[in-house]
Design a protein around this ligand. Structure first.
Ligand code: KIV
Ligand code: ZN
Length: 560
């Protein structure tokens, strides 16, 4: 028995040895046409109702689409009614053109013209299938038969447009459906005949849409087909070349990008790639791929989560966690080394004031699409202490000194082990707060310490405070000390009540904004009697007090 893969016929390559597209670069956005409300909608288990379609339509307008295929009005009463509501309800902005799809068949074309009466700008998009396979197994006709259908459709469209009374600005689009499964010369001939019939000119060009109706070949071959078509089409200036890739092989985005290199000027697709079978091309991905190359996509992706929400609600489809740019996890770093590199990249961006986005592992600034970077701190062989410090800094403003990272990393590690899972950023902060800011206090200062210049030496500070030792019965003692700075003075004060086994090692401080006012955060490192070191953190609106609180916190932690 033959192995099953042998029942498939390899795709026939196109002969284009002098192809130009591999040397080209995408430098500007194409004309975008959303087919969410037609191709996308027809592929839903429950197609959108009127309210959903209207909401989606407005979302597409907000995003910046100027051409929107709103449906197939001759296909059903519902589709017809939705088209009417869009027009009569005044939903269509003046600079947006609605597009309506219709097969090249007389009664359907007539009904379509009825459906769009009163609209300002309309693209009548007609199509018939031209592929070798469809001619053989579906229509049982030769190429001439298929050309006749397209030409008859074009004749009727021209006639109806001439007869049409009203202010509608009509444009035409023709799709040789299954273009990529059609012999390239046949695709050229049928489009040429349609153009002749409609009398297309440079001033009044047709949109020739080249669907990759079923993706059957590698993306480079589709690009070859597009380049071949463009190079062989007579009266080339009288046509705008559009592409309509599907995604059967998972290469819709690649096919689009290569077809743009090959000269396509217009792209039909959907948000997040909804559409027949594996979907239409995902316009969001192609647009943002351009964006990350410094090319303005001419669509507004700055609040992608909003569009995700509308999309999921209206279509009842779910966006996968790994979907480029919008998937739940695409701005999440799990690996410690990735977190560390992102951390360094973000620091570099902040310190260098660079105009360019240069952060490893993040091809786009999440903020540009209304999102944020979310490191998941996982304690396993790959987790890094830098990641935890990054979260505290990035989300909560605490810039831990580097020497403190291992200590906090150990706390994170044991918490993860205790819970048996990774921590999210809020839990990480809670852990920090519990250990450094709300730590159980054996020692505390009652009220505010007073800090003044020493009367005998203006270079010295004097501290006075009520020092409480908590126990079954709290004991309050008034202490005072003089030193070179607040830490030194405080150390001298507590020595007077016998706390003298800690040595000061290091100190750092920064400002943190808490609501409307700013506070000082101090990180104090002390040496314990056993020689190991321990950190304490103090926060106060007074810089001196913040260091003193940091010292007490370190001593309290050392008592554990
Ligand atoms: O995929 C396709 O070929 C289509 C056409 C109707 C344009 O959706
Ligand atoms: Zn399609």
């Amino acid at each position: 028995m033959k192995p099953t893969f042998q029942k498939y016929i390899p795709f026939k390559q196109i002969n284009l040895p002098d192809r130009q597209w591999p040397n080209n670069v995408i430098t500007k956005a194409p004309i975008w046409c959303s087919v969410d409300l037609r191709d996308g909608n027809q592929a839903l288990i429950d197609p959108m109702n009127l309210e959903e379609k209207l909401e989606f339509f407005h979302a597409l307008c907000d995003m910046g689409f100027k051409e929107i295929e709103i449906g197939f009005p001759s296909a059903s009463e519902t589709e017809y009614e939705i088209c009417r509501e869009l027009i009569e309800g005044g939903h269509i902005p003046d600079d947006v053109t609605i597009q309506v799809l219709v097969q090249a068949r007389e009664h359907l074309i007539k009904k379509t013209f009825e459906a769009v009466r009163g609209a300002k700008n309309v693209i009548v998009h007609f199509y018939n299938s031209t592929s070798t396979l469809q001619r053989k197994v579906v229509f049982n006709t030769d190429m001439q038969g298929v050309i006749d259908i397209a030409v008859k459709g074009a004749e009727l469209i021209r006639k109806l447009t001439d007869e049409y009374e009203g202010d509608t600005n009509f444009r035409f689009e023709y799709s040789p459906e299954s273009f990529s499964g059609t012999e390239p010369d046949n695709a050229v001939v049928i489009c040429e005949k349609v153009m002749e019939t409609l009398g297309c000119t440079k001033e009044n060009p047709i949109i020739l849409n080249l669907p990759n109706t079923v993706e059957m070949c590698t993306a480079n071959t589709y690009a070859d087909q597009v380049e071949y078509f463009i190079r062989h089409l007579p009266n080339r200036e009288a046509a705008i070349i559009s592409i309509h890739p599907h995604n059967d092989r998972g290469c819709g985005v690649a096919a689009t990008e290569l077809a743009l290199l090959a000269g396509a000027e217009r792209v039909e697709g959907t948000l997040f790639g909804n559409g027949e079978r594996t979907g239409n091309l995902d316009i969001v991905t192609v647009g943002l791929n351009m964006f990350t190359q410094g090319v303005d996509p001419q669509l507004d992706f700055s609040d992608l989560p909003k569009y995700k929400e509308i999309y999921e609600r209206c279509t009842n489809m779910k966006i996968g966690e790994r979907q480029p740019y919008i998937g739940e996890l695409v701005f999440t770093a799990f690996s410690g080394s990735h977190q560390d590199a992102i951390n360094k990249g973000t620091k570099y961006m902040r310190e260098s004031n660079s105009d360019y986005w240069e952060v490893p592992y993040l091809p786009i600034d999440p903020a540009d699409v209304g999102r944020q970077y979310e490191p998941i701190i996982r304690i396993n062989s790959q987790s890094g202490k830098g990641g935890a410090a990054f979260v505290l800094n990035h989300y909560f403003g605490y810039d831990l000194p580097k020497k403190m990272h291992p200590e906090f990393g150990r706390l994170v590690q044991s918490e993860c082990e205790r819970l048996g899972r990774e921590l999210v950023s809020k839990e990480l902060f809670d852990l920090f707060e519990k250990n450094y800011l709300l730590h159980d206090r054996k020692y505390e200062i009652v009220g505010h310490p007073t800090i003044t210049e020493d009367k005998n030496d203006e270079n010295k500070l004097k501290i006075e405070c009520i020092f409480r030792t908590n126990g079954d019965v709290p004991v309050d003692t008034k202490i005072s000390g003089v030193g070179n700075g607040p830490i030194d003075a405080f150390f001298n004060a507590i020595k007077s009540i016998g706390i003298d086994c800690y040595e000061f090692i290091s100190y750092s401080q920064h400002a943190i904004s808490a609501g409307s006012d700013s506070k000082a955060v101090s990180y104090i490192e002390l040496k314990k009697p056993d020689g190991s070191s321990i950190f304490g953190v103090g926060v106060s609106s007074n810089i001196y007090r913040s260091s003193i609180f940091g010292v007490i916190n370190a001593i309290n932690r050392a008592q554990d």
